[in-house]
Design a protein around this ligand. Structure first.
Ligand code: AMP
Ligand code: FE
Ligand code: FE
Ligand code: ZN
Length: 273
């Protein structure tokens, strides 16, 4: 029996690890099926595909899409779609461009508050990937304006704080349709973190999302059981992943979540076709 981690990030989005490092650290924990699910960016897949194959790791095309649903910000994981589908490439490019503009808008708001960081530094920290608030937070830490990434969020970047800027969002139904038409499946990321999640998650499944990420560091045992039953009752499946961001978060979670391969047959079947 093999194990999977289907939720990881690299420096192509808001993680700190190199794509190969994700593969190597996963392997060292006995994980042989990996999806790198960077926010709005597939670069890590193309960069690591050959390496993963050479060390016997099954690498599944993945992305984490920031979506809107009934006014709530939800994250939808997408897997096993055709990574070369031009519609996906087009959408991801448009979202990355919008994220970069938003990053600069946050820098402008900070300047208005008397806090100066260079927009070029934010882009550099994003390394050509999807610019996010964590990159702004790291630039703030580097320049000595705050002591930590979480302090940057608490004082400036979180919703309701003075340098917060909204992000462009996919609607869930559009994301589901796009991924399905490219041969892939979708899963509700970290279901327990949304406001009113016990009402939102079933609605997401009814809107066409194929699975729920029940194994995740922010989903406790009670919620895991609840969402596993919910998924099964609706004929959906379950996924899991560590949501590792390397050193951005205070704990590195890679290796802490091991999903039995039998759970994710609908994903593995698509990759073997
Ligand atoms: P963005 O996609 O730019 O809105 O940034 C979202 C990312 O910011 C999430 O993936 C988290 O990793 C990170 N994040 C959100 N809230 C916090 C927080 N309070 N402290 C640290 N990181 C956070
Ligand atoms: Fe993230
Ligand atoms: Fe997420
Ligand atoms: Zn994530």
């Amino acid at each position: 029996m093999r194990f999977a981690d289907l939720h990881t990030h690299t420096y192509h989005s808001d993680g700190t690890r190199a794509p190969r490092e994700v593969i190597d650290v996963a392997r060292s924990h006995g994980i042989d099926i990996v999806s790198i699910s960077d926010h709005d960016n597939l670069a890590a897949y193309f960069e690591t595909r050959a390496y993963a194959a050479s060390v016997g790791v099954t690498l599944i095309p993945g992305i984490e899409l920031s979506c809107g649903f009934a006014g709530v910000d939800v994250h939808i994981l997408a897997y096993a779609f055709d990574p070369l589908d031009p519609r996906i490439d087009h959408r991801l490019r448009a979202f990355r461009d919008a994220r970069q503009r938003r990053g600069h808008a946050i820098v402008d708001k900070l300047r208005g508050l008397g806090i100066n960081i260079r927009p070029e530094r934010v882009d550099e920290l994003a390394a050509g990937g999807a610019v996010g608030r964590p990159h702004v937070a790291r630039a703030l830490v580097e320049a000595g304006h705050v002591a930590s990434v979480s302090e940057a969020f608490d004082i400036y970047l979180a919703a309701g704080k003075p340098a917060h800027v909204e992000k462009a969002r996919f609607q869930v139904a559009d994301a589901v349709e796009l991924i399905r038409s490219a041969g892939g499946v979708t899963s509700v990321a970290h279901p327990a973190i949304y406001p009113d999640h016990s009402s939102i998650v079933p609605q997401l499944l009814d809107a066409g999302v194929d699975a729920v990420e029940v194994l995740h560091p922010d989903v406790d045992e009670i919620e895991r059981e609840r969402y596993t039953n919910l998924a099964r009752f609706r004929g959906k499946f379950i996924t899991g992943g560590s949501d590792d961001h390397g050193k951005v978060k205070t704990v590195e979670t890679l290796g802490s979540i091991k999903v039995p391969e039998s759970w994710i047959a609908p994903i593995l079947e698509r990759c073997e076709r």
